[in-house]
Design a protein around this ligand. Structure first.
Ligand SMILES: Nc1nc2c(ncn2[C@@H]2O[C@H](COP(=O)(O)OP(=O)(O)OP(=O)(O)O)[C@@H](O)[C@H]2O)c(=O)[nH]1
Ligand SMILES: [Mg+2]
Length: 528
């Protein structure tokens, strides 16, 4: 069998010589923006191809080291199999050396090499000792890229590291998915997206879906490293020319899938590991959740036993087993990471049966989730529908199943679907009952069943929200609250472009659930 394609990602603090080293190794300057040259720093991800002495070729992603661009680094690092950590001899281990290492750890990128760069500028011994402490068990090679010294030793070390590295993509199954890291238009060609193919394969003439929007497109051509191919395989860096899609309809963070097997979701349950110096998460802790090339603000709700529910402001398109990186906003830092256990979870609190179920899924013996690694139960499908609507894209995932949930009667299912369709502006309970053809007692028992099953949430005497839509709305309101210090019904109404009725309902619900506190007309975040 041919060797699996591998992607090598640089890592390391700003100005530690990553781009210079990639250039010395590959001949390619990955800083291609004028602004990058003017400022002398990398801003965007850069790409190159590296031929190792063994003959093996690696795709290379060069990431920026600036602390403001860690999110870009994470987007690049999610597609890599092994790392090239650069630590400058004259500077040693610095904050983004540590943070990039934390990101790699949380993404499960274990193999790589450390280069002590600028070995011509200072004795590399001190930085090498720091490196051995930070990244134990990894080969450390001093190099001077501008003089071309140490490159042969580095290439040999990379060959050894590559030989020991399994491709993560090939392990990941058959369904094709590509997390988009760039999208652009080429004159006469149209919309092009690039990314690492995480799993499956994609060929010209394939029909694909772009999630979370749920837009359809046809693949006109496929390129791997600037060469036209019939079919791209898992693990390769791929460029797809898509027909039927405008450039502004697809962007970094979106996911191109073939086979309609993944869904977008606002709520995921994950097993979380925090970095060693981070204190435990409080319910409602604000975090930025990075998944694939997407970053979404959200809140973390510990469920017990290391499981945490992430309620997100923007949907992610995840499969079970995917890695998440968690960053805090202020001060910005990587605080931990997680592995997705339920990729389309329902909103729930830290109940023993929730933890039991997640344990069962993780052990591979959960009956409701058995048989596949992607959303295949009712909640997952509904999550997709909700996600796309709340995202403003509309009409997505029309394949959403009609949901014959055995625990719910037809009336309850009708209400659930109607509220999911209403999203952030649900009609009143009485209007829902009328629309579903239910009399008052039937409607009220259906509402109770749906509340118990956490697919809807009651926010006031006669108003229910779809749980996913409410979570997204709450997250947006809390983000505004965080930014402005305090909000009022009027400010929320104006900023969200909603009506006073919904603004008031959501604020009262946030007060009642102790996420905000009312002070006169204002609502402020409850501090820990
Ligand atoms: N003396 C010496 N200087 C180097 C060497 N490699 C890089 N530099 C210099 O260090 C500076 C930063 O190099 P870059 O390669 O842009 O650093 P980077 O890590 O890619 O920086 P960011 O992408 O912004 O994080 C430049 O001025 C380089 O010329 C080296 O081997 N020796
Ligand atoms: Mg650079």
């Amino acid at each position: 069998m041919a060797e699996a394609p591998l992607t090598l990602g640089t890592a390391g603090h700003i100005d530690h010589g990553k781009t210079a080293l990639v250039r010395a190794l590959t001949g390619k300057d990955t800083d291609r923006l004028p602004e990058e040259h003017e400022r002398g720093i990398s801003i965007e991800l850069g790409y190159a191809r590296l031929r190792l002495p063994s003959g093996r070729a690696l795709s290379v992603v060069d990431v920026p080291g600036h602390e403001r661009f860690v999110r870009t680094m994470v987007a690049g690092a999610t597609g890599i199999d092994l790392f090239l950590m650069c630590i400058a001899a004259d500077d040693g281990v610095m904050p983004q050396t540590r943070e990039h290492m934390a990101v790699l750890r949380q993404l499960g990128v274990e193999h790589g090499v450390v280069a002590i760069t600028k070995a011509d500028a200072a004795d590399p011994a001190l930085a090498a000792a720091e490196a051995e402490e930070l990244v134990p068990g990894v080969e450390v090679v001093p190099v001077a890229a501008l003089r071309g010294e140490g490159l042969d030793e580095l290439l040999a070390a990379l060959d050894r590291a590559a030989a020991a590295t399994p491709s993560r993509a090939v392990e990941a199954g058959d369904a094709a998915r590509l997390h988009v890291d760039r999208s652009f238009t080429l004159k006469g060609i149209g919309t092009v997206v690039t990314g690492t193919l995480w799993s499956g394969s994609i060929a010209a003439a394939d029909q694909v879906d772009v999630l979370p929007a749920g837009l359809r497109a046809r693949v006109r051509s496929v390129q791997v490293h600037d060469e036209q191919v019939d079919r791209a395989a898992a693990g390769q860096r791929v460029a797809l020319n898509l027909v039927g899609l405008r450039r502004d309809e697809v962007t970094r963070g979106d996911v191109v899938v073939r086979g309609n097997v993944l869904r977008a979701a606002f709520i995921v349950d994950a097993r979380v590991a925090l970095e060693s110096d981070v204190s435990p998460l409080e319910p409602g802790t604000r975090v930025h959740v990075h998944h694939g090339t997407r970053e979404s603000p959200g809140r973390a709700y510990p469920l017990g036993d290391g499981y945490v529910q992430m309620r997100l402001e923007a949907p992610i398109v995840a499969a079970r087993g995917d890695r998440l990186v968690l960053r805090q906003v202020a001060p910005p830092d990587t605080v931990g990471g997680g592995i997705v256990i339920d990729q389309a979870a329902r909103r729930h609190g830290p109940r023993p049966e929730v933890v039991e179920r997640l344990r069962a899924i993780e052990a591979g013996d959960d009956p409701a989730a058995a048989g596949g690694d992607v959303a295949d139960h009712g909640a997952g499908a509904a999550g997709g529908g909700r996600a796309s609507r709340a995202d403003g894209a509309g009409g997505a995932n029309s394949g959403r199943d009609a949901s014959a949930d055995p625990a719910l009667d037809a009336g309850a299912v009708a209400i659930r679907d109607l509220l999911a369709a209403d999203g952030e502006r649900p009609r009143s309970d009485a209007e829902v009952a009328t629309a579903c053809g239910l009399d008052a007692p039937a409607a009220s028992s259906a509402f109770r069943a749906l509340e118990a099953d956490a697919s809807i949430v009651r926010v006031s005497r006669n108003l229910h929200f779809d749980a996913g839509a409410l979570a997204a709305l709450e997250a947006r309101v809390l983000a505004i609250c965080d930014r402005d210090g305090a909000v009022t019904i009027a400010s929320i109404r104006d900023e969200l472009g909603t009506s006073r009725k919904y603004a008031q309902a959501v604020l009262e619900h946030l007060d009642a659930t102790k996420q905000t506190l009312r002070r006169g007309d204002e609502h402020v975040l409850r501090r820990r």
